[in-house]
Write a protein that binds this ligand. Sequence first.
Ligand code: PXP
Length: 240
Amino acid sequence: MKDSRIKLGVNIDHVATLRQARRDIDPDPVAAAQVARQAGADMIVCHLRRDRRHIQDADLAKLCRLKGETHVELADDPKMVAAVLSARPTSVCLVPERPGEVSTEGGLDLAKNYKSLAKTVARLKKEKLEVSLFIAPEAPSVRAARNLGADVVEFDTSDYSAAKTKPEQKEQLERLELAVYMAWEMGLTAHAGHGLDYHNVAPVARVPHLSALNIGYSIVARSLFIGLRASVSEMRRLVD
Ligand code: PXP
């Protein structure tokens, strides 16, 4: 049984990717955020990358001034923490970031980066931000996230999304269900995302105790053909 309506976080990074292709003013990710909200997004999500390949600092500042929740992904790096804190989003998610990666590649290695993450989580919480950690759906990561003082864990769904067969997809879904249950038992809020699309989202949206899904690429890609309002509403219907 689901606890309540699952939140939809719409990631608008790739609206900015298109704009940056010409370093022009259109399409504007801030305007996209407003349309996404009107179409049913509960949160606007963006990733301020070290290389600023899509979202820029000025975008982030404007996004955080809009009404509603703004959730920002960032690397565990004091410069990025300072940049994000100056914009004051509602919540943040620490993610691994490898130079040259096409998109986030898997969850954080919490054991390897424990000391640094502990310092960053404490810094962000001192600023009264809700802190999420992007992790693999596995027990040691959930335990470490709890010990680090995270409020939220966002489970990486890329293995589920990359599954090529039904049994493989089922196995990955069960892995996610188990991890979400464990997080819930520990009092952590559970989110999930990465690689979710119109074909694979429905079973994930039905995972008990999952509070939110963060989805970007598939929604922005579909918006080219049917418009952003329609691509967000269609995802909203699949998630509900
Ligand atoms: N969650 C996190 C932590 C991410 O880094 C991303 C990609 O920016 C997403 C969710 C959204 O993934 P996608 O764009 O594949 O929907």
